[in-house]
Unconditional design. Sequence first.
Length: 166
Amino acid sequence: MVSLFHSSICNRQSSIPLNPKIFLDREGNWFCDGEEITHPRTVQLFSRSLRKCPGGKYELSIGKENCPVEIEDTPYLIRRVDFDSHRITVTLNDESEEPLAPESLEVGENDVLYCRVKQGEHPARFLRKAYYQLSDRVEYNERCGFHLKISGKEFPIRTKGKGHSA
């Protein structure tokens, strides 16, 4: 495991003087100083240990150690989508599950799908598998454009940065 260090992002200090560069790419892969971290338990620990700092940046917070994290796109990624008759549940890269907030769906550059997670506090990117799982439930009509229909209610999918449907 990588030792964590002084965090200038949140103005907190550690006694360990190492300065590794921790990076989370848009597909959910973790890197330390340019080397991919592939050990499953370390990946799981890092994904579960993200903390948002004042000012909007993120850090790993493990025990008393803190380390800034460079995030390529979003801190959370949707890995899986499950359906029941009245709601949709998403599984995140930190292995937590929560109901999808369908009103937060939006499409970004290159048709990447996003939503808000963790009570709306954080953006999340749908990974390909989850995107295709959800896209089977997306419909189109002239009245509201592309939308997700759940229990008879239509939730428009906005274009990222705009207030209208994609």
